[in-house]
Design a protein around this ligand. Structure first.
Ligand code: XMP
Length: 308
């Protein structure tokens, strides 16, 4: 890669040339790839870009507020709270693949409404090199995306030749905070792939609270730099416990701490036992619905990183 500064001026010039004066849209997730692409494109074409951040009700604790606070001032930014729409479509659905399909479909419906509202001609995507390199030859550099309504958007991919560590360097050079630049990968379907069974607001709140504790303790111990991902999963298994002097019957939460280079394979590294114990104790004492915490020790393969 060029030096980050050079890459940035080069990328901005290319985006300007490619898009010209047309209206453009990006789905901004708050992950480093889409964040870097949003800022590069805003610098290139100004408010002809609309950066849409969709809250599907499956975000982590504090995530919506954090993404809004970073980008509200910096971009032509649109926050859409579509959580009611997503969660009502997901109500009662337990099958993991079905959940993923619904989340993907509703996301496109929400996004398409926004693309139509601004009459977008271009779609910016945060594709990076590992996303296409293995299928090189099959993917054309310039491809379009047809939305279900028949609306066709031309796709622009400003960081498609970069690897994750290079995107991070560019993000830092653009002045993005570490909370975005160093953020652990978070899947598009969000907590939807980390709550086993029904995706109710109550279950999501339990997963979110446990996950916040995992993140806080891992980051406090400085282990976030070593791990690829670290999070909590809420299972639909209930386990007998005792809290105070009372019998309790609450949920089993699983802690997932993962080392990986590219998520194709992954291992569970040894972690300081004190950190694990603190996480476990905090979850059972602070999240009243949980009686039992387990540590996942399964690598990928045979397991996948996510649970659903
Ligand atoms: P798995 O569970 O397949 O996950 O081992 C591999 C990596 O991909 C992430 N992941 C997703 N990312 N949309 C995404 O944007 C998805 O549907 C999705 N499913 C899994 C996962 O977090 C891990 O980093």
């Amino acid at each position: 890669m060029l030096e980050p500064k050079e890459f940035i001026s080069d990328a901005i010039a290319k985006i300007k040339e490619e898009i010209g004066d047309e209206k453009t849209i990006i789905a901004l997730s708050g992950g480093v790839d889409s964040s870097v692409c949003s800022v590069l494109t805003q610098e290139a074409i100004g408010d002809n870009l609309t950066a849409v951040f969709v809250n599907h009700g499956l975000l982590r604790e504090g995530e919506a507020e954090q993404v809004c606070s970073v980008f509200e001032e910096r971009l032509n930014f649109k926050y859409i709270d579509a959580s009611d729409e997503f969660l009502s479509e997901l109500a009662g659905v337990e099958d993991p693949e079905e959940k993923r399909k619904i989340i993907g479909r509703v996301f496109i419906e929400v996004f398409e409404r926004e693309a139509q509202a601004v009459d977008a001609k271009y779609l910016v995507q945060g594709t990076i090199a590992p996303d296409w390199i293995e299928t090189e030859g099959e993917i054309k550099t310039h491809h379009n995306m047809a939305l279900p309504s028949g609306m066709v958007l031309k796709v622009v991919e400003p960081v498609r030749d970069l690897y994750k560590d290079e995107v991070r360097l560019v993000g830092t050079e653009l002045g993005l905070p570490d909370s975005i630049v160093q953020r652990q990968p978070f899947p598009g379907p969000g907590l939807g792939v980390r709550v086993v069974g029904d995706l109710t607001r109550e279950n999501l709140a339990v997963c979110r609270a446990a996950d916040a504790i995992v993140r806080e303790e891992v980051e406090k111990a400085g282990l976030d730099k070593e791990l690829w991902q670290y999070f909590a999963v809420l299972t639909d298994t209930k386990v007998t416990g005792v809290k105070g002097d009372e019998r309790d019957f609450g949920y089993l939460v699983i802690i997932r701490l993962i080392s990986s280079i590219d998520a194709m394979t992954a291992t569970v590294p040894e972690m300081p036992w004190e950190v694990i114990r603190t996480i476990s104790k905090r979850i059972t004492s602070e999240v009243s619905e949980v009686t039992h915490v387990a540590l996942s020790i399964s690598d990928k393969p045979p397991s996948t990183i996510e649970f659903c």
